[in-house]
Ligand binder design. Structure first.
Ligand SMILES: [Zn+2]
Length: 477
């Protein structure tokens, strides 16, 4: 397989989370009773007319700008004609020759450095309904019909399943920062198809491609591509023909199976949508929407490293969720000028693992930046051990109580005050004459034994460092 190069392009379909559908006033809420969110427009009844949802355009421009695309000033809708039971109109409103935007890119990290993946176009279209197949029948739910979609088409710049995966992770991360889609693959609000062909390394001409569908997770995309590279390489090795076709990923069988020979654009008989006029996007509109784009993950990543001295690794983890990055920054600001290492270790360590075990983001945990920092103060003053602090954190998240209240209630504070420990130290010395003489004759181990005795007498609450110093001081005196 080392003789072949894979050429991969990805097509991502993204639901925009508008309140109503793209061309009618029906609700887009997920999980409602089948066919309860329909009207003459999205059911394609004769005489009904579409009205374009303004928010769809705003969200679409926002995504296009964040993906470094050129937003076209003049754009229009087209009808893509095909018959399918989930498409009551027998056509889908889409965009063909004058898409909303084109020529964008996103960067991904690869083993050989940063790689730019081109984005051919981002255009607006509407979703079809959903077919549900049971043992003896097929059912159709039109609630999804007409939900606004963005189609984001990459250039065939991707050369491995790993790069495809990284592209999807970065794309999803950017979209989540924009807050225009749930990006939930399980609910179908983010879907991905892939085009893949192989060619001998060094060859410029593209091979014959297969289109892969039905991948339900980013891992599914990676697995399907890995399988397909092997399948195509084997065909080429045995000089068999590769046919242009659409193949379905079989998640259980871990293989791709033929679905249909691929239709070309001419089969869809595209023509301009006569019920929607072309429209012009003004410079002011583009400027206004550019102003609503928040700091995107990569910029935040760079800033976290420069401004707060984070490592690349730590910064990458923290910016992978917009909410967590916000929470982290709130903590950094409240922490002031101090070195951030302890704080960062707590954010990506105990806090992140608590969040994962509760299936939440850090930001959704019952803790504020202030209450986390209060817990860390006890650690910094050596008043509790690291292990105790972790237990206190779990308790804080369960009960919503403050660190101080929990430490007080459970009597967890270490005793670091040497006056408070002096009496116990003297008691330990008088009760262990053998160890004392051992220590005086130069046996260092004897001191550790005495520290252990002091710890026992204090029921584990003595600060071991203070205890050791105190004993040494009294023995040497
Ligand atoms: Zn409707």
């Amino acid at each position: 397989m080392a003789e072949y190069e894979a050429v991969i392009g990805l097509e991502v379909h993204l639901h925009l989370k508008t309140k109503t559908k793209a061309f009618c006033g029906c609700s887009t809420e997920f999980g409602k009773e089948p066919n309860s969110q329909t009207c003459p427009v999205c059911l394609g009844l004769p005489g009904s007319l579409p009205v374009f949802n303004r928010t769809v355009l705003d969200y679409a421009i926002k995504v296009a700008l964040a993906l470094n695309c050129e937003v076209q000033r003049f754009t229009k809708f087209d009808r893509k004609n095909y018959f399918y039971p989930d498409l009551p109109k027998n056509y889908q409103i889409s965009q063909y020759d004058l898409p909303l935007s084109k020529n964008g890119f996103i960067n991904i990290d690869t083993e050989s450095g940063v790689k730019r993946i081109g984005i051919t176009r981002v255009h607006i279209e509407e979703d079809a309904g959903k077919l549900i197949h049971t043992d003896d029948s097929s059912l159709v739910d039109f609630n999804r019909t007409g939900i606004p979609l963005l189609e984001i088409v990459s250039e065939p710049d991707i050369n491995s399943p790993q790069e495809a995966h990284q592209y999807l992770v970065n794309l999803k991360n950017i979209i989540q920062y924009l807050d225009v889609s749930d990006c939930d693959m399980e609910k179908g609000s983010l879907r991905c198809d892939a085009n893949i062909s192989l060619r001998p390394r060094g060859e410029k001409m593209l091979g014959i491609k297969a289109e892969l569908k039905n991948m339900n997770s980013f891992k599914g995309v990676k697995d399907a591509l890995t399988y397909e590279i092997r399948r195509q390489a084997e065909l080429m090795e045995s000089r068999k023909e590769i046919i242009q076709e659409t193949r379905l990923w079989d998640e259980k069988g871990l293989k791709t199976v033929p679905m249909r020979t691929k239709e070309g654009a001419k089969d869809y008989r595209y023509f301009p949508e006569p019920d929607l006029p072309p429209f012009i996007i003004s410079e002011e509109k583009i400027k206004e929407i550019r102003g609503t784009i928040p700091e995107l993950p990569h910029t935040k990543y760079t800033r976290f490293i420069q401004e707060y001295g984070l490592s690349e690794y730590d910064a990458k983890i923290l910016v992978s969720s917009k909410e967590d990055a916000f929470f982290a920054e709130e903590c950094f600001r409240a922490y002031g000028e101090k070195d951030k290492k302890l704080l960062v270790n707590w954010l990506i360590g105990p806090l992140l693992s608590e969040a994962n075990s509760r299936n939440l983001n850090i930001s959704a945990l019952k803790i504020t930046a202030g209450s986390l920092l209060n817990l860390l103060v006890f650690l910094e003053r050596n008043e509790i051990s690291n292990l105790t602090a972790k237990a206190v954190l779990t308790d804080m998240l369960d009960s919503g109580k403050s660190a101080a209240a929990i430490i007080q209630e459970k009597g967890l504070v270490q005793i670091s005050d040497s006056n408070a420990l002096k009496e116990i130290a003297l008691q330990v010395i008088s009760e262990n004459p053998k160890s004392v003489s051992d220590y005086k004759s130069g046996k260092e181990n004897a001191l550790m034994f005495l520290v252990g005795q002091l710890m026992r007498k204090s029921k584990g609450k003595a600060n071991p460092k203070v205890a050791k110093e105190l004993l040494k001081e009294n023995l040497d005196a």
